[in-house]
Design a binder for this molecule. Structure first.
Ligand SMILES: NC(=O)c1ccc[n+]([C@@H]2O[C@H](COP(=O)([O-])OP(=O)(O)OC[C@H]3O[C@@H](n4cnc5c(N)ncnc54)[C@H](OP(=O)(O)O)[C@@H]3O)[C@@H](O)[C@H]2O)c1
Length: 342
């Protein structure tokens, strides 16, 4: 008989300290949940904000982290019986998922552990052809940005989406979220104009952007406005992956010249906007992501309609590397996802 599995986690005892790798209980799934044995975990900018400032932490010690890839460790029969979302999974399935520790505060919902609880409606099967290390990138970025939030359709699985004659500007097209939203919008038949650093123009074009402009170009506003007009498509608005003061100022200048539109943000949007600008914050943990997980993640990845195009940076193998990965995230990355393999 094999020894019972043991869990370990990168525990954060208090804000402003490095995580401590130590034992943790093996999580038990409740209705609507699955337990995943992690193979790869990815870092989000939010993780080091939580580490540094304790924001969203509801109890100490805590386990941080949101993005996981691994195998379904357990779906208990009593859980399977009562939850339709759980019935999509069986023990041993390769999966990716997005944990919601910042909502629940429970340590078992933090990704930086060998075993983690994930809500079944925030997970989906990872096609065999995609490695855990590549697939973990999609956890946060893909379902977090459903295009309906911008009044756009979901991605389609048929061979080529017909153009819907709409144009979207993606600010920060080389970020995790921006690169994925560029792909999602393109697959939905939307014409995308992206803003990135110059070394990531090619990447953004591979994501589907028709035109890419340098975020440091002093004429960025005029160039984007001209490209939108030349596209001949109806202007939807801007998805701003960066959502910081400088991009917001540029967003509003672009929107002003184009008669307004949506401004979708990854952080709270600017408070003072003209009447013709409709702002909103897209939040990966919200239920708005559920249909994307349920109906699109596996299918679009399997069909190659959406790809994990950001090359991962593997920081190391083992929970001991979480602190190094958090430090690298705080320093800032360009067009990559920081991954710790387990
Ligand atoms: N609301 C939510 O649910 C949610 C979910 C995930 C993330 N977020 C937030 O969304 C933001 C983006 O996260 P992420 O993981 O996608 O970021 P990321 O991948 O770490 O972003 C790195 C990229 O940002 C680009 N960038 C930096 N400053 C820029 C600027 N002024 N203009 C254009 N591009 C710029 C860089 O582009 P170059 O290297 O090409 O210069 C770099 O490739 C973060 O603040 C994060 O906290 C929110």
């Amino acid at each position: 008989m094999s020894a019972p599995p043991k869990n370990q986690a990168a525990w954060l005892d208090k804000a402003g300290t490095p995580p401590r790798v130590g034992e943790a209980p093996i999580p038990v799934d409740r209705p609507g949940e699955i337990v995943i044995k992690n193979t790869a975990i990815a870092i989000n900018l939010l993780d080091w904000h939580m580490q540094d400032h304790g924001v969203f932490v509801q109890q100490w010690p805590t386990i941080l982290g949101c993005d996981v890839a691994g195998e379904v460790f357990e779906v208990r029969p009593e859980v399977l019986e009562v939850g339709p979302e759980v019935q999509r999974f069986k023990t041993g399935d390769r999966v990716i998922g997005h944990t919601i520790n910042l909502v629940t505060g429970r340590p078992q919902d933090g990704a930086f552990a060998l075993y983690v609880v994930v809500r079944a409606d925030k997970a989906d099967v990872l096609p065999d052809k995609i490695s855990f290390t590549d697939g973990v990138e999609a956890g946060e970025a893909l379902p977090g940005i459903p295009t309906p939030a911008l009044g756009l359709p979901y991605p389609v699985l048929q061979d080529k989406a017909p153009s819907i004659s709409k144009v979207l500007v993606v600010y920060g097209g080389s970020s995790s979220t921006g690169s994925m939203v560029t792909q999602i919008a393109t697959v939905a038949g939307v014409h995308v104009i992206a803003i990135t650093g110059p070394r990531n123009f090619d990447l953004s074009k591979r994501c589907g952007a028709a035109k890419v402009f340098d975020h440091k170009d002093p004429s960025i506003i005029d160039k984007v406005v001209e490209a939108v007009k030349k596209s001949g498509c109806d202007f939807v608005g801007i998805f701003d992956a960066i959502s910081a003061p400088e991009p917001y100022a540029n967003d509003l200048a672009i929107l002003a010249q184009l008669g307004g539109g949506h401004l979708a943000c990854t952080h709270p949007p600017p408070t003072e906007v003209p009447n013709n600008v409709k702002t909103g914050m897209i939040y990966a943990v919200n239920d708005v992501a559920t249909p994307v997980w349920r109906d699109y993640v596996t299918g679009t990845l399997d069909a190659g309609k959406l790809k994990c195009l950001l090359p991962p940076t593997i920081v190391g193998k083992g929970l001991e590397y979480v602190q190094e990965a958090l430090k690298m995230s705080k320093t800032g990355v360009s067009a990559t996802k920081l991954v710790v393999e387990l």
